[in-house]
Design a binder for this molecule. Structure first.
Ligand code: RAM
Length: 912
């Protein structure tokens, strides 16, 4: 009896697992979970299928949308019906027009390839933002008093009462400058440096917040502090004030819905009051001065007496340029406790946080009223161990706090950020107490998507440094550096690092937003400025158009499409891409683009005794011609995707001519480049400028050059991202590994051996003798050279999209084993779910782990001589029904699999 029931139970379990339903999770609207304040009128939905089973795919879906949860089940406002379609990402809403400010609920269910329906997903929601200028009832308001010379941060306040029970309340806020808002003494949201940075005169973001829980019955108060920020604070190389305008202003609208269905709006208007308080000055480069004795106690709550405050001035500043916030706002992330308290040889009191980060330090202090504490920031100590700030150039980067003297006081700045690992503290008479200092990292709150680990601890540190390069420089805009008086959105750096960034974080929305600024700031003749948002002007040098920088306009949209598979990026950027190619064409003669000023292979390695035909200096026009070809190729790719046949034909013919002109001008008949440098071969090979017959010899020349430099790279910003890719493509992964593991300068690991915790701007920011590179340009947090991260994910562990496909629906896993590593492993969260690849060599056996997300398939390349040499989870390949052996490709056995977890093993002898 017992036996029978056990058998029955086992049978039930088996049937249950055979029929297990897929679960749906990670629902996103416009790539965000439950976003508030969208102005995309036809939002896109995505979801993930979760299943333990192998080979799970979606065959159909159904979405329903309603204005409240209950309505979802009884007559939603939009139901897609069952749609036979295998896409679970970027599925457009197709219901009736959406209303500004309204919240919508949605859920989805799917049918899988076993014919089984999932349950309906959990209910998710999104809320529309204000969609047109007339949706704004608020007026722009400016402080009504005369500002002082230091531009103390304006405070603006308004009291109001709510008469009835509140159902929901949404605040829409933006500023000329930066803002921090409070309602009844509580901070609105957890975003910092809002409204972020865009090309303010053309596109100004507002944020939307659900503030239902901050309001109360009866008297309420809204209190907003404004900072100068990028809008009007000192910024750019010349520390120019008022780049976007002289005014500092607030636009705020609070829309309340009562439970009885009536509504009320509290909006910035002439009835608001203004004054100043504790923040006496603030600026992105200089830092902040906070005088606690000047705090207006109680100003953020109702009942405060503001009769001595000035009435605000209203202004007619534009509301036509307002846009919702599409990317993730800047938030607080990791915190760092004091690692060490140091007294330097110069007797400076210094705290070491152990990590070069971007953000600020929270300080706890006790003292007398009027005591002044100064906190200065530095990335490094000099070779004598003293605090070193010269590389910050003229950025003061200092937080100053004046105590009010009533017990413990907690300070942190509001409208600035610092790039630092060390702080110097002045004004504290006693020993510094480690527990009084906490460093807080601030950056755009993008989802972490990648993690990489290997058997080499220096390489793991390199990965760490790459990640921290991203964190420190993704502060709403992709910047070059976060510490000196620069911090701008350099286009070349952004394109060089983009593909690596996609592995580390979900950067889809971050870059979609920034690319809109690229288009907005594109110059009429098609040129792209060097930095976006463009604060350098449009004249002369500032008009941009530098090869490898301006090509951001084609490179990022195309790569973004490859990675995320959302065609809208190509649709939106196409005219900008075309205008950039048009610019190069207009500056070319006989299809040769050899005019204009270019940064070239920026910060490449140079050595005085470059001779014997070796050189690291690549001709700038040779580089320009390479990028001219590449951008044209990407434009053709985009035109194909968008069905623009005429453009495909026109630009294909142009590309052919560009390549011919390149060969004629810059190469010998035997295929040597005129510059004969690593970068010249790397670019010409990466962008397919050589005819097939000359490619391998060019790769051989590249390797030869690397050897001539004692197995060192000599590339700069433009050659470095592609260097190892080109080597691997032409069969030289061993050389790529040698470069990766090279510890002496110039190399990726040299800074690591010098204790770097981020990527440096220069290969030798700290020279071998401990001296620093030129103070004029020596950032220790600059992501460009971190572009090697892409090779580590795409080649070393081998995670990639299948050729000719986009968005990781069809995956290729093709690891390249080498460099004496015994294991390397990466997880990467695609839009379909986590994709993993990792290999391990132990006792003559290679194990290859792969996890393929549901609703995707993968081609996996297993390093083995024959399919019969390979086991999967202990079974011969031929016996595993979910695996199709496709054949052999050089040293790999190639298999095709559906989703699920796989563990391949085979005997393996490491190549020496
Ligand atoms: C410096 C920085 C930046 C680079 C430009 C050309 O300002 O190194 O990263 O893009 O030069």
């Amino acid at each position: 009896m017992r036996k029978i029931s056990l058998l029955l139970l086992a049978f039930q379990c088996i049937t249950l697992s055979l029929l297990a339903q897929v679960k749906l999770d990670h629902l996103k609207t416009e790539n965000l979970s439950n976003p508030i304040g969208l102005d995309v009128v036809q939002p896109y939905f995505s979801w993930q299928l979760i299943s333990d089973q192998r080979n799970i795919a979606q065959t159909a879906y159904e979405i329903r949308v309603a204005e409240d949860v209950a309505a979802l089940t009884k007559g939603s406002s939009w139901a897609s019906g069952k749609i036979s379609f295998n896409q679970s990402i970027h599925v457009p809403y197709k219901g009736a027009a959406l209303t500004a400010g309204k919240k919508y609920y949605w859920q989805v269910r799917v049918w899988d390839n076993n014919g089984k329906a999932s349950a309906w997903s959990a209910v998710n929601h999104w809320q529309m933002g204000l969609l047109k200028p007339t949706d704004w009832k608020a007026q722009w308001i400016e402080p009504g008093y005369t500002e002082d010379k230091e531009f103390a941060a304006p405070l603006m306040r308004k009291e109001f009462s709510t008469g009835k029970k509140i159902k929901s309340a949404t605040a829409y806020i933006t500023a000329h400058g930066l803002y921090e808002a409070q309602i009844n003494g509580k901070r609105v949201g957890d975003a910092y440096l809002t409204p972020g940075w865009t090309s303010y005169n053309k596109r100004l973001q507002y944020q939307a917040y659900d503030v239902t829980n901050l309001l109360k019955d009866g008297a309420n108060a809204i209190a907003v502090t404004l900072g100068d920020g990028w809008y009007r604070g000192n910024f750019s190389f010349d520390h120019r004030r008022n780049i976007y305008g002289k005014d500092i202003a607030l636009l705020l609208q609070l829309d309340i819905v009562y439970t009885d269905g009536t509504t009320a709006t509290i909006a910035s208007d002439a009835s608001w009051k203004s004054s100043t308080g504790a923040i006496r000055s603030n600026g992105i480069y200089q830092g902040e001065v906070v005088d606690a004795t000047k705090e207006k106690i109680g100003w953020t709550v109702a009942g405060y007496d503001d009769k001595n405050w000035s009435a605000v001035k209203t202004s007619n500043a534009s509301k036509d340029i307002l846009v919702a916030t599409y990317n993730e706002p800047i938030k607080k992330h990791e915190t760092f406790a004091t690692l060490k308290v140091i007294t330097t040889p110069k007797k400076e009191k210094v705290i070491d946080f152990g990590q070069n980060l971007v953000g600020w330090v929270q300080l706890k202090v006790k003292g007398k009223a009027g005591d002044t504490i100064k906190v200065s920031h530095a990335e490094v100590l000099d070779k004598n161990g003293n605090f070193y700030t010269e590389n910050l150039r003229n950025a003061k980067a200092q937080a100053v706090y004046i105590l009010k003297g009533n017990g413990e006081e907690i300070f942190e700045p509001h409208f600035t950020f610092f790039g630092f690992r060390y702080i110097k503290v002045e004004g504290v008479a006693t020993e510094l107490q480690p527990q009084n200092f906490t460093a807080i990292a601030l950056y755009s709150a993008m989802q972490q998507t990648g993690s990489f680990t290997s058997s080499d601890s220096l390489i793991n540190q390199l990965q760490h440094n790459i990640e921290w390069g991203l964190r420190g420089n993704f502060v709403d805009v992709p910047t070059d550096c976060p510490q000196r008086d620069e911090r701008m959105g350099w286009t070349g750096d952004a394109q060089a690092f983009f593909r690596t960034a996609t592995f580390l974080r979900g950067v889809n929305n971050f870059f979609t937003k920034w690319m809109k600024d690229v288009s907005a700031d594109q110059i009429k003749n098609g040129s792209i400025p060097h930095v976006i948002p463009n604060v350098l002007g449009e004249e002369g040098w500032a008009a941009g158009g530098s090869a490898g920088w301006a090509d951001v306009s084609t490179i990022i949209p195309w790569e973004m499409y490859l990675v995320y598979g959302d065609k809208r990026i190509l649709e939106n950027q196409y005219s900008s891409m075309k205008a950039w190619v048009g610019y190069m064409q207009s500056k070319s003669k006989n299809d040769l683009w050899n005019t204009g000023s270019h940064f070239g292979d920026w910060l490449f390695y140079t050595m005085a005794d470059d001779n014997d035909g070796n050189a690291a200096i690549t001709n700038k026009y040779l580089i320009a011609q390479c990028f001219y070809a590449y951008s044209t190729q990407l434009l053709i790719n985009a035109a194909k995707e968008l069905g623009k046949a005429d453009d495909v034909a026109t630009y294909t013919a142009l590309l052919q001519r560009i390549k011919t002109a390149f060969l004629k001008e810059y190469t010998t008949p035997n295929g040597a480049t005129m510059s004969n440098t690593q970068t010249s071969y790397v670019l010409a090979l990466q962008f397919d400028l050589f005819p097939e017959a000359l490619r391998q010899q060019a790769a051989d020349r590249l390797v030869n050059n690397i050897k001539q430099y004692g197995n060192h790279l000599t590339t700069g910003f433009l050659g470095t991202p592609y260097l190892c890719h080109v080597l691997s493509r032409y069969g030289y992964s061993d050389v790529a590994y040698t470069l990766l593991l090279q510890k002496t300068y110039p190399s990726w690991l040299y800074p690591v051996t010098k204790g770097a915790t981020t990527i440096w701007e220069r290969w030798d920011g700290i020279r071998t003798n401990g001296d620093f590179q030129a103070i004029t340009m020596n950032s220790f947090n600059h992501y460009a050279y971190g572009a090697i991260g892409d090779w580590m994910y795409r080649v070393m562990v081998g995670i990639d999209v299948e050729d000719g496909t986009v968005g990781y629906k069809q995956i290729r896993i093709k690891p390249h084993i080498g460099g004496k590593f015994t294991h390397a492993y990466a997880d990467y969260i695609t839009q379909y779910g986590t994709l993993s690849s990792g290999w391990k060599i132990e006792n003559g056996k290679l194990t290859l782990h792969a996890f393929v997300p549901a609703n995707t398939t993968a081609t996996i390349y297993i390093p083995a001589a024959a399919a019969t040499d390979v086991l999967e989870s202990g079974q011969p390949l031929a016996l595993v029904k979910e695996i199709e052996v496709v054949g052999k490709a050089k040293e790999y056995v190639v298999v095709k699999v559906g989703s699920g977890k796989y563990e391949f093993s085979t005997a393996y002898t490491a190549k020496q």
